[in-house]
Structures are given as structure tokens and as C-alpha cells.
Design a protein around this ligand. Structure first.
Ligand SMILES: O=C(O)c1ccccc1N[C@@H]1O[C@H](COP(=O)(O)O)[C@@H](O)[C@H]1O
Length: 208
């Protein structure tokens, strides 16, 4: 099954609702964002989660020692680097690393080959924004990255478009933030609809 990460979790209520909907991973943003969450809050949430849920920290150009300290303190399982972190920065971590690339054209494909990471996340390029934009990009470009390792598809995904996105790109995982929110908060109905759409795409069942 295509794995699903719900990103931008800020409360225990949102976290448990995402887990109840079947999300495989939860994302906590430690960078400039309306979804930025305090490390103490993340630690409290993580300590109350059931087993078998991957906790991902999202960072943008952070100091390595800060990332290490926060990941250990919060009890994270994986690191997502969503800035201009280079191949060297992404090496030598004790956690799996997801490196995000903001896709404008095919040049990201050569860039991906320079990294040795657990997965490459493909997000839309929006000038002046790092992520969480709710904007999608040309999934045909993402499809061309098939065979270059695990691809996490992100950027403007929602219950309405995720089936087509999965059938086009065949990603290892999808990562959704804006598309399952209502007025800036995670919406359980939208998360349930997203998971149902992902299952339909996985089962090859045409949109109902
Ligand atoms: O969610 C954020 O606010 C955010 C801020 C800074 C860097 C990354 C962020 N989230 C990541 O952005 C993408 C796509 O989000 P969306 O679904 O288009 O809203 C996703 O990978 C999030 O992990």
C-alpha cells in the first residue's frame, strides 16, 4: 500500500484523529510556518501515541546540532529536510532521512542522484515558500524520477486528486498537509476521505 504521511500536526487531537484514519506517519514542523509546533508539545504528543506510527520532524536549513537535540528530545523516528540542505548535511544521521526537492523542471532529477537518503520527497516550487503551500506540480515530472529510489509525492494533494496522483507517479508514499485541513486545522472527514482515495488507488478501483 502507498504509505500516507499527514503533516503539520499541532495537537494530540489531530494526531490521534490522523492515526485513527490510518495514517502511517505524522509530520511535525519545526520551521517557519503557521503549523510550527513547540518541541515540548511534540514530545507530549509523541509520548501519547500508539505504537507503529512514524513520527517525522520537518526542518528547513536548521543547524545539525539543533536537529539532533530536537529529534532525540521529541522521540522522532525520521527527519525531513525541506530546505537547501546538501548531500553532506544529509549523511550520518541515526534516523532515516527524507530530503525534499521543490520541482520546477527536470533539473531535480540530476540533483536527486547526488543524495544518499532514505527517500526523496517531491513538492511544488512556490517562490518565497518552503512547503505547506497547497500547490501541486506536474506529476509527469515526478513519474520520470521512478527508479531513482523511494519517492514521496507531496504538494497540493487532497482527497480529490490523490488517486490520480498515485496512478500517475506510483510513489512509495504521499505526504499531505493543506489538503486535509479546514480553516487551518486537520479535518477528520478530509483525512478519512484521503485514506479511502489512497486505498482505491491501491486497489485499482476507479474513482466512485
Ligand atoms: O506544512 C508546512 O507548513 C511546511 C512548512 C515548511 C516546510 C514544509 C512544510 N510542510 C511540507 O510541505 C509539503 C506539502 O504540503 P501541502 O500538502 O502542499 O500543504 C509536505 O511535504 C509537508 O511535509
Amino acid at each position: 500500500m502507498v504509505r500516507v504521511k499527514i503533516c503539520g500536526i499541532t495537537t494530540l487531537e489531530e494526531a490521534l484523529a490522523a492515526v485513527d484514519c490510518g495514517a502511517h506517519a505524522l509530520g511535525f514542523v519545526f520551521a517557519e510556518s503557521p503549523r510550527r509546533v513547540d518541541p515540548v508539545q511534540v514530545r507530549r504528543i509523541v509520548q501519547k501515541l500508539p505504537p507503529f506510527v512514524c513520527k517525522v520532524g520537518v526542518f528547513v536549513n536548521a543547524r545539525r546540532d539543533d536537529v539532533f537535540r530536537l529529534a532525540a528530545y521529541c522521540g522522532l523516528d525520521a527527519l525531513q529536510f525541506h530546505g537547501e540542505e546538501g548531500p553532506e548535511y544529509c549523511r550520518g544521521w541515526r534516523w532515516p532521512v527524507i530530503k525534499a526537492f521543490r520541482v520546477r523542471d527536470r533539473s531535480f532529477i540530476e540533483e536527486i542522484t547526488r543524495y544518499r537518503v532514505s527517500a526523496c520527497l517531491l513538492d511544488a516550487f512556490v517562490p518565497g515558500r518552503r512547503g505547506g503551500t497547497g500547490v501541486s506540480f506536474n506529476w509527469q515530472l515526478a513519474r520520470e524520477a521512478g527508479g531513482l529510489g523511494r519517492i514521496v509525492l507531496a504538494g497540493g494533494l487532497s482527497p480529490a486528486n490523490v488517486e490520480e496522483a498515485i496512478r500517475t507517479v506510483h510513489p512509495f508514499a504521499v505526504d499531505v498537509s493543506s489538503g486535509v485541513e479546514t480553516e487551518g486545522k486537520k479535518d477528520p472527514e478530509k483525512m478519512r476521505a484521503l485514506m479511502a482515495a489512497v486505498r482505491r488507488a491501491d486497489d485499482g478501483i476507479p474513482g466512485l
